[in-house]
Write a new protein. Structure first.
Length: 303
């Protein structure tokens, strides 16, 4: 027996047992075995009274919010008696213990940050920050002309074109809900500057010598074009003369690849992070940067 991402050992019942159960409830579920040491060996002198189990379950229920009620089972381990308390992943997260929130990471508990608490709450309702209604935005915050432009692009070469008015389009795409503007709607069709979507672009000779710069903070559709325009301005282009009537343009970097990187950068950015994205063009390479961290359970593998 050993401690894992789903199993914790405790020598006796205490608040740390409840903390571990909360961490399990906020991740993939798990069990706490009470009455054993860190190696899973029974603790001498550990006893369970006739009313201990119910008392402990009631304490767990009263100290957690939403209340969790673990299942309990007595265990015989190497001639000793232990108690296993286990919980499944809770459907409505996050669960707190005395106002604090925990998650299970490998074989230990970690307190959740404010961002992680918010993300867990949204995930419980199959939602996300992008689909959340932001009461700070109104219909005046977005440009219906930009929505019409989006519809025109969607209708290009389409057998059954969209014929709805802009507000109906936004409603069908769930960018407007209950007369509220979602964060995604604002990012896509903002009438004015979007400071939370700022991208800093620069053309560098060296890491400290900059030749040209541009701050982009428009709606996300226009940001892609602004990025492509700035990159085109600062990379080399050659012309290939062949037997064809028209000469071939060859860019230092393929423009379709630059567009794909820019779109991925914008789509996968964490817009709740306070930092700005950046693109740095050097003589021999381009750096694309988004603030934030990797999703849970994903790490960088190095060789």
């Amino acid at each position: 027996m050993r401690e894992t991402g789903h199993t914790e050992f405790k020598s006796n019942f205490s608040d740390s047992v409840i903390e571990s159960l909360v961490a399990f409830a906020n991740t993939k579920g798990g069990k706490v075995i009470i009455g054993v040491d860190d190696k899973g060996i029974p603790v001498k002198g550990f006893t369970i009274g006739p009313e201990s189990i119910q008392k402990w379950i009631n304490e767990i229920k009263n100290k957690t919010q939403p209340s969790i009620i673990p299942d309990a089972e007595l265990m015989e381990i190497s001639g000793g008696t232990a108690l296993a308390l286990w919980v499944k992943e809770f459907p409505v997260k996050p669960v707190s213990f005395r106002g604090r929130y925990f998650k299970r990471v490998k074989n230990s508990n970690h307190q959740l940050s404010l961002t992680e608490i918010s993300d867990l709450h949204l995930q419980s309702f199959n939602s996300s920050w992008e689909s959340y209604i932001n009461r700070a935005y109104t219909l005046d915050s977005i440009s219906l002309e930009k929505v019409l432009g989006f519809v025109a692009k969607c209708n290009k070469d389409k057998e059954m074109p969209i014929q709805d008015d802009p507000l109906t389009v936004l409603t069908k795409f769930e960018l407007i809900k209950d007369s509220g503007i979602t964060n995604a709607c604002f990012l896509l069709f903002a009438r004015s500057e979007v400071f939370s979507a700022t991208i800093e672009l620069g053309r560098f000779d060296t890491s400290t010598s900059i030749k040209d710069s541009l701050s982009v903070r428009s709606d996300l559709f226009n940001e892609v074009e602004d990025i492509i325009g700035f990159v085109r301005k600062h990379i080399n282009k050659s012309y290939i003369i062949s037997g064809d009537p028209q000469r071939e343009e060859r860019w230092q970097y393929p423009i379709p690849a630059i567009r794909e990187i820019a779109i991925n950068m914008i789509v996968h950015r964490d817009y709740t992070h306070h930092g700005d994205s950046s693109i740095k063009i050097y003589n021999d390479h381009i750096e694309f940067f988004n603030p934030g961290k990797l999703p849970e359970d994903i790490s960088i593998l190095t060789y």
